[in-house]
Design a protein. Structure first.
Length: 303
C-alpha cells in the first residue's frame, strides 16, 4: 500500500479527534500514515508542497475536501492525484453522493481497498472550483443568513458547546419566510433555459446530488458523468414555494411544472444581482458567472 498523507482541520473538536483516531488505527494496519493538521490556506499549501507522491486522504467534510482540491488545482497538481476521504463534517454531501460510508472506520477501509474513480470538477471563469454544488437565489441566501447567525451564536456557550449549530436552521427559516426572488438569464450549453422575464426562486448546478446534509437538490447528478445537473425553480408564489419545499424534501421537485431540470457542460447565469453558495462558501453579489465541467479532473477512492 502506498504511504498516505492524512490532512485534517486543526480546529476540529475533541469528538472528531476521537473518531479520527479510530480511522487512523485502521489505516496504519496496512499503510504508513502521516497526519498533518492545517488551519489556513498557507499551512495547507505548505503541507501539499512536501506531499511528494504520497496519496492524500482528506479527513473532514465538504469544506475540507473543497479546500484541498482547490489548492491542488491552483498548484496544477490535481490531475495526477488519487484522493481519499474520511467524512468528518456535519453534511458530508459529497461522500453521500459517491457512496463513501459515513462510518469513519468503514470509510478507512474504502481507502485501503484502492478503487479509484475519475471525478469531474466544476470551474468558473476566474478559476474557482466547485466540487459538489453551487446554487443561487433562496438557497444561497439561506446559507448567507445562516452563517451570520452561526457567527453570532457561536459566542453563546463554552468551547465546542455553543449555539452555533442553530445558525443554519435560523437562516433557512428566515429565508423561507421572506425569500429573495431574482431575475436572471440562465444558459446551458448556449441555450437559454430561463430569461429575465421569468423570476426565479433558486437555481442549482450540481456535480453531486445533495446539499445541506442530504437534501437532494439535483437528485440525478453523477460526479463522474462529465456533465452537471441544472435545476431552475420558478416557484415564487407563497403556495408554490410551500409545495416546492415539500417536494424538495422528497427529492421529487424536478417533476413540478415550474421547475426545469436538465444536464449540460457549461452554465452561465447573468442579471441579478445574486449571491452564490459554492460548496458552502458564499460570495457575491454577482452580475454574471459561468461554470464549466472539467471531466475526470482527479481520482477519488470509492466503494
Amino acid at each position: 500500500m502506498d504511504p498516505l498523507l492524512v490532512i485534517t482541520n486543526s480546529e476540529a473538536g475533541t469528538s472528531d479527534e476521537e473518531t479520527l483516531a479510530a480511522a487512523l488505527a485502521a489505516l496504519r494496519e496496512q499503510a504508513s500514515v502521516e497526519v498533518a493538521a492545517t488551519a489556513n490556506p498557507g499551512e495547507l499549501d505548505g503541507v501539499l508542497h512536501r506531499a511528494g507522491s504520497r496519496r492524500i486522504v482528506v479527513a473532514g467534510g465538504d469544506g475540507s475536501l473543497h479546500a484541498v482540491i482547490a489548492a491542488l488545482h491552483r498548484r496544477h497538481e490535481l490531475a495526477g492525484r488519487v484522493l481519499g476521504l474520511l467524512p468528518l463534517g456535519t453534511g458530508n454531501d459529497f461522500a453521500r453522493g459517491t457512496g463513501i460510508p459515513l462510518d469513519i472506520e468503514e470509510a478507512a477501509r474504502v481507502v485501503l481497498r484502492d478503487r479509484p474513480k475519475r471525478m469531474d470538477l466544476v470551474v468558473d471563469e476566474v478559476g474557482e472550483v466547485v466540487v459538489n454544488s453551487v446554487h443561487v437565489g433562496a438557497g444561497a441566501n439561506a446559507s448567507r443568513r445562516g452563517q451570520r447567525w452561526k457567527d453570532r451564536l457561536h459566542a453563546v456557550g463554552v468551547g465546542d458547546v455553543n449555539l452555533g449549530k442553530l445558525g443554519y436552521p435560523i437562516g433557512a427559516a428566515l429565508t423561507a419566510w421572506n425569500p429573495p426572488i431574482i431575475r436572471v438569464r440562465i444558459e446551458v450549453d448556449g441555450v437559454v433555459v430561463n430569461d429575465l422575464d421569468h423570476p426565479v426562486l433558486m437555481a442549482a448546478i450540481g456535480n453531486g446530488s445533495s446539499v445541506g446534509g442530504g437534501a437532494e437538490l439535483t437528485p440525478d447528478a453523477d460526479p463522474g458523468d462529465g456533465r452537471v445537473d441544472v435545476m431552475v425553480s420558478r416557484s415564487v408564489g407563497p403556495l408554490a414555494r410551500l409545495l416546492y419545499a415539500a417536494r424538495l424534501g422528497l427529492g421529487t421537485h424536478p417533476e413540478r411544472d415550474d421547475v426545469t431540470y436538465l444536464r449540460g457542460s457549461t452554465v452561465s447565469v447573468s442579471g441579478g444581482p445574486f449571491w452564490c453558495s459554492a460548496d458552502g462558501e458564499i460570495y457575491g453579489p454577482e452580475r454574471r458567472r459561468t461554470w464549466r465541467v472539467e471531466p475526470g479532473a482527479y481520482s477519488l477512492l470509492v466503494p
